[in-house]
Design a protein around this ligand. Structure first.
Ligand code: PLP
Length: 423
């Protein structure tokens, strides 16, 4: 029966039962962690062979000696693999160092300091620079825009993409809106996949800012939880057709394919954008880590090698997502006090609890020994106006711990809902 249909007596009884159960859980002294979307040790083991690559004596790729300086755009062989996965030409992809987040930070800081190829002036000389942020979204994206003094405007994200009527309305009239964060496939944290119509509208829409940019973070393009891989739209081609050839700056990395923090990152964009990026990046480094790039090239072999590898990841993490959904549904299903996403890929589940109880749920879980990402972290400035969303990351802990931790989260969400209903 829905919580809202319970009589006052039944509600009070339920709360007291849950409170005793909660006290019992607290006494167990749990120390579980569902905070960050990290690969588990078993997933990292899948790439152990990388540690022996490239082998001694194997240090040339084409004419490049990977042990030496230079080659700012990265190794063509590895770029070709990622280009195939993204459905673009190899010369439209460059391979960089270990983190796509660094590329994103560069993209924005270069624009702030120097302007983009389509800017009249550096963004630091504009009166105001604003940025659209589909929400719930990725906290580290918001961290970059906040650090660089870019004002963030939240826009609602549904399962098929951002509210495009709102996006088009905002960008059409306001030249201070210079861009937008997007995670188009298996979005962090809801698992949303932008549908074709949304992608087409993003490519075609008219923007008041001539130097409008979409940072198209394809962090999870091949991170499927099913036997199928999603279609990756060629956004550059769509935007070029619509007369906006420099609109998209697409990034991805092997952080959650091989080693998080020791993988390779990639930027795919128009030639104008890539030349602009490499021009500035070439001042701050004499070239990326090509030894690691060669290791990845040898490890994968080809694009099919990446897909085969990602299916092994899926075998490890898909049961954890299933266990998480089962635990949430066991506790919360009948009371109609929460909703959660059922992602077909990526690393997260977005749990929506009763309005005004996300912070309390996270606090209760913390006290019971289950660490969660702070409520609000999926919103710019950490402010979820409804105090409703909690990001759950089930990949890192072992399966049994995911089951326990999710049960505790569900217990806390229900207890908080009961207390709110009685208040
Ligand atoms: N982009 C998204 C959407 C992510 O969720 C993450 C990690 O959680 C990253 C980027 C980080 O990528 P990288 O390790 O390449 O910096």
């Amino acid at each position: 029966m829905a919580l809202s249909d319970l009589s006052a007596d039944d509600l009070s009884r339920l709360e007291s039962d849950l409170a005793s159960e909660y006290d019992e859980v607290k006494s167990r002294g749990l120390a579980l962690d569902l905070t960050r979307g990290k690969p588990s040790p078993e997933q990292l083991d899948l790439s152990e062979r990388l540690l022996g690559l490239p082998e001694p004596g194997d240090h040339t790729a084409g004419k490049t000696d990977v042990r030496n300086y230079g080659g700012g755009a990265g190794l063509p062989g590895l770029r070709a693999i990622v280009a195939e996965l993204l459905g673009v030409d190899t010369d439209r992809v460059i391979a960089q160092d270990n983190a796509s987040l660094s590329i994103m930070y560069d993209l924005l800081s270069f624009a702030v300091l120097f302007g983009t190829p389509d800017s009249e002036r550096p963004w630091k000389d504009e009166e105001e620079v604003r940025w659209l942020c589909p929400v719930p979204g990725y906290d580290r994206h918001f961290g970059i825009t906040e650090a660089l003094g870019v004002e963030m405007i939240p826009v609602a994200l549904g399962q098929g993409g951002p509210d495009m009527d709102e996006v088009e309305r905002l960008v059409a009239d306001d030249p201070s809106i210079k861009g937008m964060w997007c995670v188009p496939i298996f979005s962090n944290p809801t698992g949303a996949v932008y549908d074709d119509h949304t992608v087409s509208r993003l490519a075609r829409m008219t923007t008041a800012a001539p130097d409008f940019r979409i940072i198209w973070d394809n962090a999870y393009a091949v991170h499927t939880l099913t036997a199928d891989f999603p279609e990756v739209p060629d956004v550059d081609a769509l935007a070029a057709e619509a007369g906006h050839p420099n609109r998209f700056l697409q990034v991805c990395s092997t952080s959650k394919i091989t080693f998080a923090g020791a993988g390779v990152s990639f930027l795919s964009a128009s030639t104008v954008n890539l030349d602009w990026y490499l021009g500035h990046a070439g001042v701050r480094s004499i070239g990326p880590n090509k030894v690691n790039q060669l290791a990845h090239l040898r490890f994968f072999g080809d694009a099919e090698g990446v897909r085969t590898h990602m299916q092994k990841h899926r075998e490890i993490i898909q049961p954890k997502f299933e266990a998480a959904a089962a635990a949430l549904s066991r506790r919360l299903g009948e009371y109609d006090v929460a909703r959660w996403t059922h992602p077909e890929g990526g690393y997260f589940i977005d749990l929506e609890v009763v309005d005004g109880t996300a912070t309390e749920t996270v606090r209760l879980a913390e006290e019971a020994g289950v660490a969660l990402t702070p409520a609000g972290s999926a919103y710019p400035y950490g402010e979820d106006p409804d105090d409703r969303h909690i990001r759950l990351a089930p990949t890192l802990p072992p399966l049994a711990e995911v089951e326990t931790a999710m049960d505790v989260v569900a217990l806390c969400a229900l207890l908080a809902a009961c207390r709110a209903a009685r208040a």
